[in-house]
Design a protein around this ligand. Sequence first.
Ligand code: AMP
Length: 427
Amino acid sequence: MTDSSFEKMGLIRPLLRALEENNYKAPTPIQSQAIPHILEGRDMFGCAQTGTGKTAAFALPILQFLDELNARRTPKAPLALVLAPTRELAEQINKSFRAYGRYMKIRVSVAYGGVGIVPQARALAAGVDVLVATPGRLLDLINQRMVTLDNIRVLTLDEADRMLDMGFINDIKKIIAKIPEERQTLFFSATFTGEAGRLANGLLNDPVRVQVSPQSSTVDRINQKVMFVDQHNKEALLHLLLEDESVSRALVFTRTKHRANKLVMKLTKDKVSAEAIHGNKSQPARLRALAAFSSGRVKVLVATDVASRGIDVKDVSHVINFEMPGDAESYVHRIGRTARAGQSGIAISLCDVAEHSLLRDIERSTKMSLDVHTDHPYHVERTPYRGPKSGPSGYKKPNGGGGAFRRGGAGNARFTRRKRPESRMAG
Ligand code: AMP
């Protein structure tokens, strides 16, 4: 039975039935906090990340609103618009709307770049209630008069901060200018401040603010460890890790598309079923890889950071950072692909000497100290001293001449904070 608290929120029967079928027993914190206000028609500024159940937090009340509105469908003129930064997230939101709206007469459509525009235009022409879209493709559809936003009653911006990071601000402003002011606006972002905060202030009318801190709750359920290994031994160590029978479904992260491809080739050669997902892959290829991973046909999915946005696959037993991410935010995001929906998970970071400074930064920012796992054949000490003997500890500061950090200097240059190398892949 679905917990009565969904019922107490006043959700209608068809939604409760779908939730029950999805095995949602009780609302997550963001859902308890947000749904009643959104049902009342309030604007919302939600500070929550993927993994908290935020999609249902806005999708359920939107579906209920549309049911109550019971408006006639007009071709090319949806009633609710959800903007999302990436194709994967848009697809995920689309799937959620369909799952929750299964017992309602609601039509949902999704539009993003990288695939043909004609089928999307055709779906819109047939009339849809909800459109989920990435900003770039939506503007194309508007400019080609394949859609109009004149009838939009509810606008949702999901992962707004991420859309801004990806440079979508002008697209978003153009889109918003085409939506009637008489509307409900729901704004979700990982932060209340900065550019996202400013955009929200200009958009929202007396919003309710809700905030959940997913990172601690999700992160708490993840067993995180780091293994120190020389770069040339990483593939062998990865192979060893993947052989463990506790690994049912592993998401492996690399920093570059090239590395992801190479790793998949190596794993395949070693008879480990693997697929890559990154910005250079066509949308159908990405969806195929995701489907193969979700269904369990493929055990290992090798992903780059941006491509991983919106990956929501249940039962990912392990996240393995084959290469350390460039910042703490990416780290938390990567490891959050395991331990979904209340489950637990394991995150293992393979850290070579050139990556120690990245690890230090991540530990400092997240205020966590990762357990070092030394019980493997490729273990190397964290700060091996390889220069001339200078003292009992053998430890040298990075600029102290000689020490391991210095040796890693050339490698470190690879990891200077290039922000999101694959940005603007969506839309
Ligand atoms: P989201 O943050 O929207 O990406 O959701 C993260 C995951 O939690 C998805 O797999 C959802 O299907 C799942 N989920 C959302 N709400 C609930 C709930 N109330 N009970 C169980 N699972 C949920």
